[in-house]
Design a protein around this ligand. Structure first.
Ligand code: ADP
Length: 454
């Protein structure tokens, strides 16, 4: 400021001296006044340049000046640069927060005080069928029209979540969303949506499972306690007593098979995945299947000569089938289960054909085809569910628990194999298991070897 004052005085002095030199004392006064005016105008021009620049605020266009205006514009420039840095930093932080919300596995919508969308992530857009850009500042109440959500939104009680059907929900593939509003700031709110379809399905499955187990155990238990009561209260002849005891043993055996089936499933779920270290000859598995099938057929046949026609690969072919890697007991139980079902569900004297063929991908296909009643295609996708039976009484008559195919599916999944079920109702069913190539060790290329080819 002092320097500025000195410059102003210097100008006046210089003007005064020039005036004195030209016109004496009056000239000095006029010269000093003129110099003061020139300095004033020059100062105004410099100030004007600074003001013009400040109006635009473009850092690159800052005027290069000396003196007071130069220092003022320098300071403003520094301040602006500092503010610009802070704005950029905040912008970057905001982008990072939005990216984190975008990466969230749940739907996130930020609503303003009027309930309009300020921002939403892609998951929320998919959940509610909204467009993250087009629907900005649209009211959420207008966009999400599900009656349960509308009631929840209108009720203003957001202590808990509401579960609604998702936008992509169809009757065959239901999508369930848990939606909750979390108020924050001044009237703003955060709307979170979570896909709970699998959770709800798992919950429903658990409830069904408990209900099924209770039902499966309760039925024989009721019969059993009825017989016990009868035996306790009535003095029955010994023949009748023996008949009752036999029926009681049958019911107890039924409960036992349900319990052992459930234990088998829980063992499968809890044990480590089978490795590739243990190899079992396929011939050994198929021979055991054949022995069990013949015994079972003899048991279910109404008379000894009316057993099933069981077709298995002949002994010379069995030797060429190689070995399979996995847990032998599990593999045996899965294959025997399929053959056992074919025997149990095919009326005598039906035919059951078992084959083991090489698949084009180097794997192998174990298949059991029967000439029984077959299965209506509507039931096929559900056959491997626990306790699912096409005909409950038929299954019970043949000693079934409804757990057999669930165990088979589990064993096969653990061994990287898959189950395919084909059937023409009234003509029979074919259960085929595809084993992957990495679990097979074959001495030579046997080609198709089946009972039919033998
Ligand atoms: P179950 O103990 O009742 O036999 P599974 O899980 O082994 O239970 O089989 C489920 C259902 O699949 C059976 O109840 C039966 O209705 C049907 N099923 C299985 N194998 C056959 C088959 N070979 N032919 C016809 N139906 C079958």
């Amino acid at each position: 400021m002092f320097f500025r004052f000195v410059v102003f005085l210097s100008w006046q002095l210089a003007g005064g001296l020039v005036g004195w030199w030209k016109a004496g004392p009056w000239g000095a006064a006029v010269g000093a006044a003129a110099a003061a005016w020139i300095w004033f105008v020059w100062d105004m021009v410099r100030g004007g340049r600074v003001l013009r620049w400040l109006r635009h605020g473009d850092l690159a266009q800052a005027p290069r000046l000396y003196g007071l205006w130069g220092e003022a514009s320098d300071r403003v420039r520094r301040l602006l640069r500092q503010m610009q840095g802070q704005v950029q930093e905040s912008e970057q932080r905001l982008q990072e927060v939005l990216s984190a919300l975008q990466a969230s596995p749940n739907g996130v919508i930020l609503l303003n005080a009027e309930g309009c969308i300020e921002w939403c992530n892609q998951i929320a857009a998919a959940h509610f069928g909204i467009d993250a850009e087009r629907d900005l500042l649209q009211s959420i109440g207008n966009l999400v029209r599900h009656p349960d959500f509308s009631a929840y939104y209108a009720g203003r009680d957001f202590a808990s979540a509401v579960v609604i059907a998702g936008r992509q929900s169809t009757p065959s593939r239901p999508v369930r969303l848990s939606v909750q509003l979390h108020p924050y700031g001044q009237g703003r709110s955060l709307l979170l949506s979570r896909d709970v379809t699998t959770l709800e399905q798992a919950d429903a499955m658990r409830r069904d499972f408990v209900a099924n187990v209770s039902h499966e155990i309760r039925t024989p238990l009721t019969v059993l306690s009825g017989f016990v009561e009868t035996l306790q209260t009535l003095a029955l002849p010994s023949e009748e007593q023996q008949r009752y005891l036999a029926l009681m043993a049958q019911q107890a055996a039924r409960m036992q098979s349900v319990v052992s089936g459930l234990l088998a499933l829980s063992r499968l779920e809890g044990s480590p995945l089978p490795g590739l270290a243990e190899w079992t000859p396929v011939a050994q598995l198929l021979r055991a299947c054949e022995d069990e099938a013949r015994a079972l057929s003899a048991l279910v046949a109404p008379e000894p000569r009316r057993v099933h026609a069981l077709e298995f690969p002949p002994p010379q072919v069995l030797q060429s089938l190689g070995e399979i890697a996995g847990v032998p007991a599990e593999l045996q139980s899965a294959l025997s289960n399929l053959v056992g079902n074919a025997v149990r569900y095919t009326p005598t004297p039906g035919t059951i054909r078992v084959s083991w063929t090489r698949a084009p991908d180097g794997g192998a296909v174990f298949s059991v085809a029967d000439t029984g009643p077959g299965i209506d295609p509507v039931h096929i996708p559900r056959l491997t569910e626990r306790f699912y039976r096409v005909d409950r009484s038929r299954s019970r008559e043949t000693g079934g628990t409804g757990l057999g195919l669930a165990i088979v599916k589990h064993v096969l999944q653990r061994h990287g194999a898959s189950l395919q079920i084909d059937s023409v109702p009234g003509k029979g069913a074919t259960f085929s298991v595809h084993f992957p190539a990495n679990r097979l060790r074959v001495p030579q290329l046997p080609g198709v070897v089946s009972a039919a080819a033998a």
